[in-house]
Design a protein around this ligand. Structure first.
Ligand SMILES: [Zn+2]
Length: 317
């Protein structure tokens, strides 16, 4: 690709800068905002996002990929306002997460691919804002029949437009491999796909195997460790170092899966999350990168994680 779409228009490679590969601003569910706006803290979310992303910009962040799909309550005008007020580039997505609309269940992949292509080429939600990435999701239940429609649709839209794919997986159950089986059948270039949520597992061989095939590996759950049994950020970072040492450092992308809205569950949950990760979008740069340095990872390898790898993912072959 020569440019990538952001909510304020296409940007060049040189404008990408320090990039977080998998984030959110506001997360909800499809239709809630239109029908039950009182359930959504939209204006509070905007103010929190502006505060957090302005602070992040001051500490060097330039771009976030917002992988909030329609079934996660995507709000393109909200992203536009936040980007305008913070100067942080926001790359919005098309695609579908786990709440696949039932009306898609009997569609063909081509029918869904056309919808994604329209959001990439013409615009989202009756605006001229175009999607810069395609999001798909596969969780514990594996590739369901309707999930397969979405995966194939994403593959076809990506092949047609060149726009990259970013996935949600359950990495403990090695769901990336199940997604890859479909992407291979569809003929998508591995270097156009980031297999996300890959740092919930300690299975280094699973991750190295996918990276060696050419896929990007999203180490995009930071800090982690909040749910019982989930590994903490220190262990995630030791694994990250092991992956760099194993020679796949140019295939890794870092992010938080942060969101500035209340969770789908309760308003109190936002406070919990904030207490757990007061650094928000800055957890990686404030904690993970210094720890990597302490662990002996050299500066060039650390820079790749922040700058070159996202550039290659979006703008490479
Ligand atoms: Zn996410």
């Amino acid at each position: 690709m020569s440019t990538v779409n952001t909510v304020l228009g296409p940007i060049q490679k040189s404008e990408l800068g320090a990039t977080l590969s998998h984030e959110h601003v506001l997360v909800a569910s499809a239709g809630i905002q239109q029908l039950y706006p009182e359930f959504i803290d939209r204006s509070e979310t905007i103010e929190r996002a502006v505060a957090q992303l302005s602070e992040a910009y001051d500490e060097g962040l330039r771009t976030i990929v917002d992988v909030t799909t329609i079934d996660l309550g995507r709000d393109i005008k909200l992203l536009e306002e936040v980007s305008q007020r913070t100067k942080v580039n926001i790359i919005p997505c098309t695609g579908t997460w786990l709440d696949i609309p039932r009306v898609f269940w009997s569609a063909t992949p081509d029918m869904i691919a056309d919808l994604y292509v329209r959001e990439i080429e013409l615009g989202i939600e009756n605006t001229s804002i175009k999607a810069g990435v395609i999001k798909v999701a596969t969780d514990l239940e594996g590739v369901t029949p309707q999930g397969e429609i979405i995966l194939r649709a994403a593959a076809r839209a990506s092949i047609k437009t060149g726009v990259r794919i970013s996935t949600h997986t359950n990495s403990i159950e090695r769901m990336g491999e199940k997604q890859i089986a479909i992407f291979e059948e569809e003929g998508v270039s591995p270097s156009h796909i980031c297999i996300g949520h890959s740092n919930d597992t300690t299975d280094r061989n699973y991750l190295i195997g996918m990276a060696e095939k050419g896929y990007y590996i999203g180490l995009d759950h930071y800090p982690g460790g909040r749910v019982a049994g989930s590994i903490d950020w220190q262990e995630r970072t030791r694994i990250l170092k092991d992956l760099v040492d194993a020679g796949i450092g140019d295939k890794l992308m870092l992010s938080h899966d942060h969101s500035t809205s209340t969770t789908i569950a309760t308003r109190a949950a936002y406070g919990d999350r904030q207490a757990f990760n007061p650094d928000g979008y800055l957890f990686v740069s404030r904690n993970v990168l210094p720890r990597l340095k302490e662990l002996g990872v050299d500066a060039t390898s650390i820079e790749k994680l922040v700058y070159q790898n996202p550039q290659e993912y979006f703008f490479g072959e």
